[in-house]
Each structure stands twice: as C-alpha cells, then as structure tokens.
Write a protein that binds this ligand. Structure first.
Ligand code: VG1
Ligand code: CO
Length: 557
C-alpha cells in the first residue's frame, strides 16, 4: 500500500461560524464556498480533546456525500485513528448518538440542518456530539467558535477516497500510520437498541391484530430506511403504512418539519378516519409529531406528559426505574403535574437538547421533551423521533385505547395545559432584535410586575417578568438570555424567543400557554380559542406586527 500524504492548506477565518441551538446552519452555497466547511471541521477537530475514534453521518441532504468525504480525509490528517461512517453517509441524529454510546467512541460529527429545507438552495449544517452521544455543551461550541476566529490552516489528505457504499472496514496508510474507516449499516445499532428498550412482540401482535391502522410519514428525510426496517420488516406493519420513505437530497422540495403546516398531507390523510395513529419525523429523525384518529393532534407538551404517566409499560423503564423528568422552558408544564403526582424531580432547561445531557449523565433524568416536537429518554443523548413512536405504540398496545381517549383521560385526571406557538420565520434581523430589546426594557420597568392586561372579558396580572437563565445543577454553568417570559398570576405564560437554528434573517417564536382543570369545563375546547386573549395581549405588548410588518405567523402549532 502506498502511503498517503498530509497536506496543510493555508486559510483565513470566516465570520459567524458560531454554532446555534443545534450546530452550525447556513445556506448550502455558504458551506460550498472555498474552505468554509474545512475551516469549521478543523475547528471541531482542534477543539475535540480525545479523537481516537469518531462517528460520521448525516441526513442525506444535498452536499452530504461530499462533506462526509471531506471529514474522513481531514480526520486522517488530524490524528484520528478510526472513523465510523454510516452506509452512503446516512445516519439519523438519534442513530449517531446510539452508535457513539454503543461503540464508546470519542464523539461524532452529524451533517444536518434538521428541519430546515435542503437542496441546492436550501440549508446545510454541521453538528458535533461528544463521547456521551449528546450535542456538545456550550463550553465546547464556544471554544469551536473562538478557534474559528483565528484559524490560519487546516490539514487534509487530499487523495483519500473511501467507498461509503459498502459495509466493511477499509484501511489506509497515512504518513506511515494506519488509518481505518469502518462503514456500518445505518440502521442496525439503532434497531438493536430499540429491541432492548421495547417489547417488540407486544407491539407486533397489536399491529398484526389489525385493531390499529397506522400511517407514518418520513417526509423524505433520513428516517425512511429506519421506518421500513423497524416498523415494517421487524414489527410487521403493512408496507403501505409508511409514506415518503426515500431519503431525497431536497426532501422533495418541502420543509422536512413535522408540524401541522409542513406535514399537512399526513394530517389530511388522517382526517379520513381510516387510521388510528399517524406520525411524522423531521429531516434528521429526532423530531416527531403524533396524531390520532381523525387527525387528533397531540401537542408535544401533552405527548411528553402522557408518556411520563405510562412509562411503566416499557421494559426499559420497568428494569431501570424512572429517575426525573425535564422539559425546555417554553414547553407547557403538563409533565410537571405528572412529576408532582409520581413524586419525581422535574427540571426546566433552556431550549435545545444539549441541556438535558448533564442531568442524564448524573442519573437524575429519564424522560424529557421540548414543545418543538422533541421527545426522548436517557437511552441516548438526542431527542428521538422513532423512539417516541414506539413509546406511543407501546402505550396503545398496553391500554388498548385510542389516542384521543388517552388524552381526554389524561386531561380529566391532571387538567389541561393549552399551548400554542406562533413562528414568524425569516423576519428582518434588525427590527427583530429591537423588538426583543424594547420588550426587555419594558418589563424591567419598575411597575411592570403587578400590572394588569385585559383582552375581552379576561384579565391577567403579571407576577413574573424576566429573561430566562439557567444554572446547570450538575456543573454549575450559567446560560443567560434564553427567552423573555411573562408569567401571570394564574400561571398563564407568554414567552418570546429568537430562534437559534435559522440560517438567514431572524425567526421570532411566540409561545403562549395556560392551564385549565375540570372545574372550568373547558377540557375539550379549541386551544386557539382558549388562548386568544393571551395571544392578543402578547402581540399588543411586543408590538410584533409593527416591528415585523407581519399580520400573521408563518406557522402556528
Ligand atoms: C429549535 C427548537 C428547539 C430544538 C432545536 C433543534 O430551536 O425550538 O426546541 O431543540 O430547534 O431541533 P430554535 O432555536 O430555532 O428555537 V432540530 O430537530 O432542528 O435539531
Ligand atoms: Co431535527
């Protein structure tokens, strides 16, 4: 074997290589610019303390295959001894986490912009996960960003090409050192983990009894192969139960985002009443949307609470027990009520999965979620879309009840947390920042707490007004500026945040929630109606229409 040589390439820093809520996301054409991806990858490799073995894979979007080769060639030049790559460069985000943990690697690099559109005019993204399988904490991402500001060179083995189409081990001689690339089946490790967690026989026999017809939408993202292998081959669901299962580089031109707007086709098909359960995933497979018969929508905040209340029907929790629960701050507090009843700890973290990892590593957290269609447990360190579907199927198989009935029972027992989120995507950056600054000024004024706002016949008195910050209970690190909160005396909340995953302009997220119990007899009401007075107040206080020029949000959840 001839020895390959390492090339050192001179480069200049790029502005703005700052990872956001989840990795660095930019338009594909930015990542395709000369040295742009290489710079960022070099900063990851420089920041990684241990890098003997790394995992690499992505959601199959446009430019994925190219960057996989770049990463392998740069790993070879940067003292990485072994790289594990998903076949054809494909690995879902939860699968990367599972592979890192199972094979005890030093971490992994995930190529995805998650729910952002793909294709030549879409977005691309690069994310770094550490050895616990979770997104790098802020101390690491800040370090990467600092390095990116002064990078002068990167290292690469130019003529190293790996054949990612076949599973197996390939070795290379790089400057007289052995460098190994192992191409693995994209689904296998993840499938084995799911088999350890769930009772596959119970789910299989429930599905085969035909008492439940399901429809699962992979939205042409990375989940296609996982859905086919796990739900169809292993669990015996009929093949027509899965739609849009071919990963496409541009997701068929759609937003691979499982919500009522971007998964409208699935919602429509569920409305026919033919299916008892429907679900969709995002581009990289970590998000899930759950629907019941007639497209009954389960809010992610409720989904989390229902699962928390039913964990004992899942073998993983029967064996390991249930530690605490957690939710991100904007997520409605339905799970808090389950925690209270079951006497478990409950944590409220900033937006982004990276904040759950420490709690899980410290054995304080079993189940957590975010209102943004993220649900997961401590089986890995990422949210996990298919895990959530298998957890729901376990609950359905165990209770023999429909999705809506389960939710109504839940509300009857715990009361209901009404929730909605308005997204104003792609607004202009300057006025959006101004909106937040002005809002913060307003609420820190001396008379703001105690002030009463009215809308229609409703009245709300402010009891807390702040910008959310979080002190990690495990390592003590402080994260500030995580969203402006107004909490009223009846527990209702209005929250304003700027998104940290967009690739251009600003996305303003407005979250509104309130709680009603059986005494108010409103449990089956429409969330938009119940929340209308609060939404009006939220728009009025923030002058959102004036700042953004938008009459309506892009997406309502
Ligand atoms: C959004 C969601 C957040 C989620 C993040 C990554 O972040 O709000 O809850 O963790 O996306 O999800 P932001 O900063 O845009 O609000 V994924 O599936 O896009 O990696
Ligand atoms: Co995602």
């Amino acid at each position: 074997m001839t020895s390959l040589t390492i090339t050192t390439v001179a480069t200049k820093p790029f502005d703005g290589q700052k990872p956001g809520t989840s990795g660095l996301r930019k338009p594909v054409h930015t990542f395709m610019g000369s040295n742009y991806s290489e710079n960022f990858i070099q900063c990851i490799l420089n920041a990684a303390e241990d890098k003997d073995t790394l995992v690499v894979g992505g959601d199959g979007r446009y430019h994925n295959t190219h960057v996989v080769q770049t990463i392998v060639a740069m790993c070879a030049a940067n003292q990485v001894r072994r790289v594990i790559v998903g076949q054809s460069g494909i690995l879902s985000t939860p699968a990367v986490s599972a592979v890192i943990r199972k094979r005890q690697t030093n971490g992994g690099i995930i190529l995805t912009a998650s729910h952002n559109p793909g294709g030549p005019d879409g977005d691309f993204g690069i994310k770094f996960n550490t050895s616990n399988g979770g997104p790098a904490p802020e101390s690491v991402t800040n370090h990467i960003y600092e390095l990116s500001k002064s990078l002068t060179q990167y290292k690469i083995v130019n003529n190293l090409k790996v054949d990612v189409s076949r599973v197996g081990v390939q070795t290379f001689d790089v400057s007289d050192n052995k460098f190994t690339v192992e191409v693995i089946d994209s689904v296998e490790d993840y499938l084995q983990l799911m088999k350890e967690i769930f009772d596959f026989n119970a789910i299989k026999s429930y599905l085969s009894s035909r008492s439940l017809k399901i429809l699962i939408d992979a939205m042409n993202g990375v989940m296609g192969p996982y859905v086919k292998r796990i739900l169809i081959s292993e669990l015996g669901a009929p093949s027509e139960s899965a739609i849009r299962c071919s990963p496409l580089e541009d997701f068929g031109g759609h937003h691979p985002d499982p919500n009522l707007t971007y998964a409208a086709d699935l919602v429509q098909r569920l409305e026919s009443g033919e299916y008892g359960f429907g679900a969709a995933f995002d581009g990289d497979g970590d998000r899930n949307m759950i629907l019941g018969k007639n497209a009954f929508f389960v809010t992610p905040s409720d989904s989390l609470a229902v699962l928390a209340d039913h964990l004992d029907c899942i073998p993983y929790f029967q064996k390991g027990g249930i530690k605490g629960f957690a939710r991100s701050m904007p997520t409605a507090g339905a799970v808090d009520r389950v925690a209270l009843k079951t006497n478990k700890e409950i944590f409220e973290t900033p937006t982004g999965w990276k904040f759950f990892g420490n709690l899980m590593d410290a054995q304080r957290l079993s189940l957590c979620g975010e209102e943004s269609f993220g649900t997961g447990s401590d089986h890995i360190r990422e949210k996990d879309g298919l895990w959530a579907v298998l957890a729901w199927l376990s609950v359905l198989a165990n209770t023999r009840k429909g999705v809506e009935e389960i939710l109504v029972n839940h509300w009857n027992r715990f009361g209901r947390n009404f929730f909605t989120r308005y997204d104003y995507e792609n607004c202009e950056t300057k006025p959006s920042n101004e909106l937040m600054t002005e809002l913060e000024k307003l609420l820190s004024g001396p008379d703001f707490v105690g002030k009463t706002f009215r809308s229609g016949d409703k009245e709300y008195t402010v009891s807390v007004a702040d910008n959310f910050s979080y002190k990690d209970p495990i390592d003590g690190s402080l994260t500030t500026n995580q969203g402006i909160r107004l909490i009223f005396s009846d527990g209702s909340r209005i929250i304003y945040r700027l998104s940290g995953t967009g690739s251009q302009g600003a996305t303003i997220r407005l979250y509104v929630d309130c709680y009603e119990n059986e005494k108010s007899l409103k449990l089956r009401a429409d969330a938009q109606e119940v929340l209308k007075p609060l939404i009006d107040i939220a728009l009025q206080i923030s002058k959102l229409r004036e700042y953004t020029g938008r009459d309506a949000p892009t997406v309502i959840t």
